[in-house]
Ligand binder design. Structure first.
Ligand code: IPD
Ligand code: CA
Ligand code: CA
Length: 257
């Protein structure tokens, strides 16, 4: 029931997103110049929450636009109704719905759906990750220099040692391809699928990574904070890799290489 509800919510919200992309939706600014939210983000969120409430009205919800709906429950749904809103608002089909489910504080399920590419990613704790129901696995590259990486940049510039631009510039100067898609959930899904060898980002929220990090782990990869410690989506830093390049990528991110 939990899995069916999760899959249904991600699928229906994704289809809504797809059907609305070319419509005349309103766009508003959140804090920062290009931190956008569209009417479709709100509609997607409403739809996801109504589907969850049909079966689980007493579950805790954390969703990007409404925030927390605190319930005395061991289950928590962590929802990004559109990840990649700037892409969505510009008609760029690299965006998705991302939903993770926690039980007793541990992520147990994740679903990411990109309806434009017709890619539905799903992970269940200890049972692996799938893309359109077929098992997926992380890549096997062993060195950062031979890897294809992906990253993201926050809406407001982070002026700190080893900030996003410094790390990016060091990797690019060495000739490492580092892509920037504009959707952290897609970045993570594509690490899980073995398309990227690694992903790092300096400032994410729980809803950006909740589903993606379990997808990477269940596809055989490793996810951590910048210290290499066990990942929590409730802190901002993430390094997610095929496992083989993880320790080396941590050094690049920390400026110790
Ligand atoms: C954003 C995307 C982007 C990341 C930003 C996120 P949103 O989410 O995941 O890739 O770099 O930090 O805020 O705003 O499109 O849901
Ligand atoms: Ca997001
Ligand atoms: Ca979002």
């Amino acid at each position: 029931m939990l899995i069916n509800t999760l899959k249904r919510a991600a699928r229906e919200a994704g289809l809504l997103m797809k059907s609305e992309m070319d419509s005349d939706f309103k766009i508003h600014n959140k804090e920062g110049i290009n931190n956008l939210v569209t009417e479709v983000d709100h509609a997607s969120e409403k739809l996801i929450m109504s589907i969850i409430a049909e079966s689980f009205p007493d579950h805790f919800i954390l969703s990007e636009e409404v925030g927390e709906i605190v319930m005395d429950s061991e289950y928590k749904w962590v929802i990004d109704p559109i990840d990649g809103t700037v892409n969505f608002a510009n008609g760029i089909p690299i965006c998705c719905v991302s939903i993770g489910v926690e039980y007793q504080g541990k992520m147990i399920l994740g679903a990411i759906y990109n309806p434009f590419l017709e890619e539905f990613y799903f992970a269940e704790k200890s049972k692996g990750s799938t893309l359109n129901e077929k098992p997926i696995h992380v890549s096997r590259k062993e060195e950062v220099i031979k890897s294809c990486l992906v990253t993201g940049f926050p809406y407001t510039y982070l002026d700190e040692p080893n900030g996003p631009l410094e790390v990016f510039s060091k990797l690019i100067r060495k000739g490492v391809p580092v892509r920037r898609l504009g959707s952290a959930a897609m970045d993570l899904a594509w690490v899980a699928a073995g398309r990227f060898d690694g992903f790092y980002e300096h400032k994410l929220n729980a809803w950006d990574s909740a589903a993606g990090f379990i997808l990477v782990e269940e596809a055989g990869g490793r996810v951590s904070d910048f210290n290499g410690d066990v990942y929590s989506p409730y802190q901002p830093h993430i390094v997610a890799t095929n496992g083989l390049i993880h320790d080396e990528l941590l050094k690049w991110v920390n400026g110790t290489i």
